[in-house]
Design a protein around this ligand. Structure first.
Ligand SMILES: Cc1cc2nc3c(=O)[nH]c(=O)nc-3n(C[C@H](O)[C@H](O)[C@H](O)COP(=O)(O)O)c2cc1C
Length: 209
């Protein structure tokens, strides 16, 4: 694969909500995407993630109903102008995608002496997030959409997937075939927030330099 092909996948990747076809991701593709996630770098090679694949329509429905409540709560917290901008924005595709992948983090995975985590405990969760990014890019290359849903109460999700208390839930990812990838992030298209230029994010020698 050329560098240009990789950059093209990075450019094409979108957070997907409304573009799922409704067909389920096929098992071989799902396993390739999960394999890509499992190849992510991790602090001390601890591989602290697990992936819970959820395809039972009743479970997807339960989670979608819970997320709808959280969306309504957020809507009520907004001033009228922001609420009006938020109105048309879809924030999940839980049932339409047909597959949820819950990515979890376990702090004790890899034993007590994790090389590189001693002074920065968050490096464990950073590692799980890198697995998510690998999954997201691999899915994009396979023309499979991914949408990260974070409108939930972690205790509700822990109960839904029977996660023990020492398991940290990092993300619910909606995963499924799409009919297209949008060119722009939804939040930009709907006027919620535009991105900032690279030049504003790059500093030389000191922060702000
Ligand atoms: C940690 C995290 C949580 C997110 N949670 C949600 C969410 O609950 N609902 C949603 O619609 N998008 C969610 N997103 C997607 C972002 O809104 C999206 O990545 C951003 O607007 C940029 O769009 P793009 O990913 O298409 O480039 C989340 C993204 C991240 C990284």
């Amino acid at each position: 694969m050329s560098a240009e092909e990789l950059y093209e996948v990075i450019r094409r990747r979108r957070d997907v909500r409304a573009e799922f076809t409704g067909a389920p991701v096929d098992e071989a593709t799902l396993l390739r995407i999960l394999d890509a996630a499992h190849r992510a770098p991790s602090v001390g090679n601890s591989q602290p993630w697990d992936f819970i694949v959820i395809q039972d329509p009743a479970t997807l429905r339960k989670f979608a109903d819970h997320v709808a409540e959280k969306r309504a709560e957020f809507h009520r917290s907004l001033p009228p102008d922001r609420a009006a901008t938020f109105d048309p924005i879809k924030i999940e595709g839980i049932t339409e995608s047909g597959t949820g992948v819950v990515v979890t983090y376990r702090h004790d995975r890899g034993g007590p002496h994790i090389l590189g985590r001693a002074t920065i405990p968050e490096t464990g969760v950073y590692s799980a997030v890198l697995a998510i990014q690998n999954l997201w890019l691999a899915a994009t290359a396979e023309h499979i959409g991914v949408g990260w849903v974070s409108f939930y109460d972690p205790a509700f999700l822990a109960d839904l997937v029977a996660a023990p208390t020492d398991i940290h839930l990092v993300a619910w990812l909606c995963v499924g075939p799409v009919h297209e990838f949008q060119q722009l992030p939804d939040l930009e298209r709907f006027g919620w927030r535009t991105g900032r230029p690279l030049a504003d994010a790059v500093h030389r020698e000191t922060f702000g330099g």
